[in-house]
Design a protein around this ligand. Structure first.
Ligand code: URA
Length: 472
């Protein structure tokens, strides 16, 4: 007997699980199934429609590996997973262990996919599209190594729930419109140079983002720039670009704050002295180096330097504050000022070893207003926090903590996307945008401002003790 199973280009995991469940319940051996859907040399049949008599219990560890490995580009990933399931069912060794060749292979597939998803979360670059609807519209082109668009997009659906967006890849396109995620045919690779301007990208995406406005076959021609003047839809380009540029200009005007005299010169000198950062950080060290050159928002102009996280690069516990204060800005290390003292005392009381945790901030530059010779702390606004999520996301991705503590509302917003009041959230665990757990508690500076801080201090210690217990 020879069975053929064709896996679709999306919904792949669900289809594989359904097929594997049926196959194993009929005790169909791995060598009887061709997962490429082709059926091999012999006439192939579809699998039976209904579940068979054999009951199987699947360990969670297997599902964890399958959830990632199935998205690998390797053509035998589905067959390998089924072989593992078959052996688990027969109690034939431990096919998930790294001492077993099959286990080793599956672990590697799963790891490659997780890494690819992490890269996608870090490196997808959305461009805003002109539009007149109530929701803002964004688009991105991305080339993942594996079939990671589907498992990678729920992250964006959560983070950008109030916008419409699409991510086009060479295999598949994800569309998020009106809060609904769907997948469509592969995107068209833009024939644009890597250093194309934002306007070129905007034009490209404006064409593929709203096919109703544009002729599809012209879009499929990949829009080589040199042919633009001959394409009928280019009549729309000036209007689209004008609107996009006016919008950017309005944003610039709304967001700009005057720099302290001399500040630009200091930060420019400082950045010029730094080694050149690689474009796509591949490690925590590379991410730190890249962050030293950050110009994602205006805060870099006034601050002395980027204050990157500190601690154990593989910490199980990550603690995130709001932004560096005056002392941190000068020393270049987080939590070395008065708020840091409160935090370190609380960590000490909770038995958290600072050398075993990763301490960082939601925003990496000090935001302040000069008053005489003093620099008065100002809370970062949402857009500054959102710009800086790029770096926080890289830290989360490389450190991979089991649990993250959000100190105060800015950190809680950065990590969860929820800007709700602290009173309702203190001491509770929420789901982070990165999919990991986030324990929300008071910021040490808030404790410092309270006339009677004992209760809040105790809350902070209790939260850190709880965090320590669940991370270890
Ligand atoms: N407050 C923070 O949130 N972080 C620091 O690093 C210092 C003060």
């Amino acid at each position: 007997m020879n069975y053929a199973v064709a896996l679709p280009d999306h919904g792949t995991l669900d289809r594989w699980r359904a097929a594997a469940r049926i196959a194993i319940s009929h005790r169909i051996a791995p060598e009887e199934i061709d997962w490429s859907g082709a059926g091999g040399l012999f006439a192939a049949e579809d699998l039976p429609k209904d579940i068979g008599p054999h009951q199987v219990r699947v360990p969670t560890a297997f599902l964890d590996i399958a959830k990632s490995a199935i998205w690998h580009k390797s053509p035998d990933r589905a067959a390998l997973l089924y072989q593992a399931l078959w052996r688990l069912d027969r109690r034939d060794g431990d096919p998930l262990s790294s001492v077993d060749p099959l286990g080793r292979r599956l672990q590697m597939l799963a790891k490659n996919v997780r890494r690819d998803i992490h890269k996608m979360h870090a490196f997808v670059r959305f461009r805003e599209m002109p539009g007149d609807g109530a929701r803002r519209r964004f688009a991105a082109w991305f080339e993942p190594e594996h079939h990671t668009l589907e498992p990678g997009t729920p992250f964006f659906a959560k983070r950008f729930a109030d916008m419409d967006w699409m991510i086009a890849t060479p295999d598949l396109t994800a569309h998020f419109e009106g809060g609904k995620l769907r997948f469509g045919p592969a995107g068209v690779r833009p024939d644009l140079p890597d250093d194309a301007s934002e306007s070129l990208w905007a034009t490209y995406f404006a064409n593929i983002f709203n096919p109703a406005r544009i002729k599809l076959d012209a879009m499929r021609s990949e829009m080589p720039k040199k042919y633009w003047k001959n394409l009928p839809e280019t009549a729309l380009i000036p209007a689209m670009l004008k609107d996009a540029e006016a919008r950017v200009q309005r944003m610039r005007e709304a967001g700009s704050t005057p720099a302290r005299p001399g500040a630009a010169a200091i930060s420019t000198r400082y950045r010029a002295a730094m080694p050149q950062a690689p474009d796509l950080p591949e490690s925590l060290d590379e991410a730190r180096e890249a962050a030293l050159h950050c110009r994602r928002c205006g805060l870099c102009e006034k601050a002395t330097q980027t204050v990157w996280g500190m601690g154990a690069p593989d910490a199980a516990l990550m603690i995130v504050g709001e932004q560096p204060g005056d002392r941190e800005d000068l020393e270049g290390r987080p939590f070395v000022g008065p708020a840091g003292q409160v935090l370190h005392q609380a960590m000490d009381a909770a038995g958290v070893d600072p050398g075993q945790a990763w301490l960082t901030n939601a925003v990496k530059h000090f935001k302040f207003a000069p008053r005489g010779k003093r620099r008065i702390h100002q809370s970062p606004d949402r857009s500054e926090i959102e710009h800086c999520r790029w770096w926080l996301g890289l830290e989360l991705g490389f450190v991979q903590p089991r649990l993250t503590v959000a100190l105060g509302a800015s950190a809680a917003y950065a990590l969860t996307g929820n800007a709700g009041p602290m009173q309702d959230r203190q001491g509770k665990v929420e789901q982070g945008l990165h999919d990991g757990p986030v324990l929300v508690t008071w910021h040490p500076s808030y404790i410092l401002r309270l006339p009677d801080p004992a209760a809040a201090r105790a809350d902070l210690v209790a939260a850190l003790s709880k965090a320590q217990a669940s991370a270890s």
